[in-house]
Design a protein. Structure first.
Length: 336
């Protein structure tokens, strides 16, 4: 009689694919690519699934915007050690610069968004440059002040449209360009950042977080590495701001709203910090949930607090880390 025993599916796969990328069967390929394919196919198919629900298609767009901001927060906080509460700062700067390029300088949308992304990231990096020596709660508080500062400056000086904002931005050519622009860019940033943090420069950034004195002793500039990290995070946030400005065909001080700072942080907490993809998972949960709970008015904040409390108490590691662990614990019956 044949003897059978249970064996984990990932036995040997991780060891052989960690550094040399060797696989022996199509089953192993599917095991490794399965979660990634589910995410990619799921997000790309959302516009078709929601074809008859235009409101929820717009919610998907906003969900991807928050995903980008959450990605930037997760990258800075868990890979560089900079807890940045200024997600709204990135969004507001990106949105206003896109409006300036598109409305005042008459640049087309396919030029204004990339230019606003790069120029906004440079501006945000220069503004945060004096704050880079700060660490912990001090850096977090300063970054939280930036969106409030720019909001009051625009209101007091009545510039850039004042409280009315800048209107008349160009819309996207059609709904599919509008939807797939943000979906594809979100996926590119996700997998690009996952690749980036495993490279040598990503390891150096982790070293800046864990032991910056050792990195400095190696002859590497801490200020340069932190500036590079802030620039990369700003690129994601400014693109989100430029996109949302063209999505609504309007740019105003509400782009500096604290929602763009708080909800991404909550998404990272729920999804799992340090995984990057957890930021996407958290946004997929929170943004649609906020729309569902909109009928409750301000009471939905109470529900947010309850959800966050339950996640922190019972699954403080985040949903993504829990799901990853369970996925790698799948077993099968094999002959002894």
């Amino acid at each position: 009689m044949e003897m059978m025993r249970r064996e984990r599916i990932d036995r040997g796969i991780k060891v052989r694919t960690e550094g040399i990328y060797a696989i022996s069967s199509i089953r192993e390929v599917l095991y490794l690519l399965g979660p990634r394919l589910i995410l990619i196919v799921g997000m790309i198919s959302l516009p078709f699934i929601l074809e008859l629900a235009p409101y929820w298609k717009r919610v998907v767009n906003i969900m991807c915007v928050y995903s980008l901001i959450a990605l930037s927060f997760d990258f800075l906080a868990n890979y560089v050690g900079l807890v940045c509460l200024g997600g709204a700062f990135f969004v507001g700067i990106g949105g206003y610069i896109a409006a300036i390029f598109n409305v005042y300088l008459s640049f087309p949308i396919y030029v204004s968004i990339p230019l606003a992304t790069i120029c906004g990231a440079i501006f945000c990096t220069l503004m945060l440059l004096p704050c880079l020596p700060l660490r912990g709660v001090y850096f977090a508080i300063v970054t939280l002040m930036y969106p409030l500062f720019f909001t009051r400056v625009i209101e007091a000086l009545n510039i850039l449209g004042g409280t009315n904002g800048i209107t008349g931005l160009s819309s996207f050519p059609n709904q599919y360009v509008e939807e797939y622009t943000i979906i594809i860019v979100t996926l590119l940033f996700l997998f690009g950042m996952r690749r980036f943090v495993t490279q040598d420069i990503g390891l150096v950034l982790r070293g800046v977080k864990d032991n910056d004195q050792a990195v400095r002793a190696s002859g590497i500039s801490i200020a340069y590495m932190k500036s590079l990290a802030v620039f990369i995070a700003s690129v994601m946030g400014c693109f989100a701001g430029a996109y949302i400005a063209h999505l609504y065909m309007w740019s105003g001080i509400s782009l500096f709203a604290l929602d763009f700072s708080i909800i991404p942080i909550a998404s990272v907490v729920i999804g799992g910090g340090g995984t990057l993809v957890g930021a996407i998972i958290g946004s997929v949960i929170l943004v649609p949930l906020s729309e569902i709970l909109r009928a409750f008015g301000t009471f939905r904040i109470v529900i947010y607090c309850i959800i966050l409390t339950l996640v922190i108490v019972f699954k403080s590691e985040g949903l993504m880390i829990y799901l990853q662990r369970k996925y790698h614990q799948f077993e099968r019956w094999v002959k002894v």
